[in-house]
Design a protein around this ligand. Structure first.
Ligand code: LLP
Length: 416
């Protein structure tokens, strides 16, 4: 459930008419709902109450400082994949001791910074990364807390670009090899084994792949115990899907309950790294129709948002709902392709959408709170849109619209 709903025939974000937001701040613009973010975070946290747990929001999904700050205020932990994301978490008031550091390519300086900040755990993805972390920790005179990200070889049944738990992916350590890699980790003096980690993919719409992965990881934990390696936490990664169209993913509470049942009374702290299921439906991309262009073959509505603002449709053929901010009763309902001004055929946000449209109309692309702004670019020298956060009957600019000067500042011409 989210807080973008129709009231008196027009779309509201919490208690604010979305058309008023467009009037005040212009389009295109990302609009987030604080209440929705909080609701989604709490759905996890409350479902896990009663057992040791840490919900580490995956910063990559939406790393705006205000988003991180809203979650930090609720006591969230964070899953990061770069030193840049760590800095965001710290500046947003997040607690480093609740941060897990994932990613296949951590550099030495990033490891150093994370150790200095005192992160909770490094999710290590390879044998060679273990050596690098051991070296950096040794130089600092500390022991680095580690989990190994294992690859349980399960098919998450999702888009190949966002499926990560199969053997052929670059992620993680083959679960069959994990006991040997753990044994090596245990022999390195500057590492402190804390947990096991896995993340099998994103936008999963059923619990069964998660449970398959869990069974395999629990078997690994038992093998490790026989080797004398004691695992304190189990990190199941992120990946729970959301409803974009007609998917019916499990609710966080159902998902967590299914995990908890399998865990029984094992003394393991459960760590989760949800991103999309917290942020996606807490945001919309607000855009305006510039021109209507009807040809013999197709009807195009040219809108002021484009693939540079939201790349998911172009990159993954993702379908996101596109709804009118003020639905019209007049005019003919037609099938429209919603396309942006960028010079690429792939520049569309939606195709074959049945709508009543006129130039100047406002549209909302739903489920744009995750992997939206964070994946935006300046392609075609377009300024990236502002990010706005609605909180009850207030709207806050949490990132102003970019200007051309912002874009050009780092560039220069060759000397005369
Ligand atoms: N943990 C790890 C190690 C991850 O790689 C990811 C996402 C997450 C957690 C969060 O997963 P989530 O709960 O959001 O599914 N740009 C793509 C999604 C890429 C996901 C990458 N990893 C999209 O727009 O669909």
């Amino acid at each position: 459930m989210d807080h973008f709903n129709y009231r008196n025939g027009e779309l509201y974000a919490e208690n604010i008419a979305v058309a008023d937001i467009a009037e005040r701040f212009g389009t295109p613009a990302y609009v987030y709902s604080r209440a929705t973010l909080e609701r989604h975070y709490r759905a996890y946290d409350e479902a896990l109450a009663g057992r040791p747990h840490l919900v580490c929001y995956a910063v990559k999904a939406n790393s705006n400082l205000a988003v991180l700050n809203v979650l930090a205020r609720l006591g969230a932990g964070f899953d990061i994949v770069s030193a840049g994301e760590l800095e965001r978490v710290l500046r947003a008031g997040g607690d480093a001791t609740k941060v897990v550091f994932s990613g296949v390519g951590k550099q030495e300086w990033e490891m150093k910074r994370a150790l200095e900040a005192g992160v909770r755990c490094f999710n290590v993805e390879s044998d060679t990364e273990l050596d690098r972390l051991n070296k950096v920790a040794g130089e600092l005179g500390v022991r680095a807390p580690v989990s190994l990200r294992v690859n349980p070889d399960v098919d998450a049944g999702t888009h190949p670009y966002i499926s990560t738990g199969l053997k052929e992916n670059k992620f993680g350590i083959d679960i069959a090899e994990a006991p040997a890699v753990y044994a090596r980790a245990a022999s390195l003096p500057h590492l402190d084994i804390q947990g096991v980690d896995c993340h099998i993919g994103s936008q999963l719409t059923s619990v069964s792949p998660f449970l398959d992965a869990l069974d395999r990881v629990l078997a690994l934990i038992d093998t490790l115990a026989e080797q004398g390696i004691h695992i304190r936490h189990l990190d199941m990664g992120g990946g729970l899907g959301v409803t974009y169209q007609d998917e019916t993913p499990p609710q966080p509470s159902d998902y967590v309950q299914a995990l908890a049942e399998r865990l029984g009374n094992r003394e393991l702290e459960l760590v989760l790294e949800p991103g999309r299921s917290i942020a996606a439906n807490a945001g919309i991309l607000l855009t305006r129709v510039e021109f209507l262009k009807c040809t013999e073959h197709r009807n195009f509505a040219i809108i002021d948002a484009a693939m540079n603002d939201l790349i998911r449709p172009a990159l993954y053929s993702a379908w996101q709902a596109i709804i009118p901010v003020r639905p019209r009763q007049d005019g003919e309902e037609k099938s429209w392709d919603l396309v942006g001004p960028v010079c690429e055929t792939g520049d569309f946000l939606g195709k074959d959408r049945l709508l009543r449209l006129d130039a100047g109309d406002l549209l909302a692309v739903r489920s744009a709170g995750a992997y939206g702004f964070v994946m935006a670019s300046n392609y075609n020298t377009r300024n990236r849109p502002p990010e706005l956060m609605v909180d009850g009957d207030q709207v806050h600019v949490v990132r102003r619209r970019e200007t051309l000067d912002d874009q050009l500042a780092p560039e220069s011409c060759l000397p005369e």
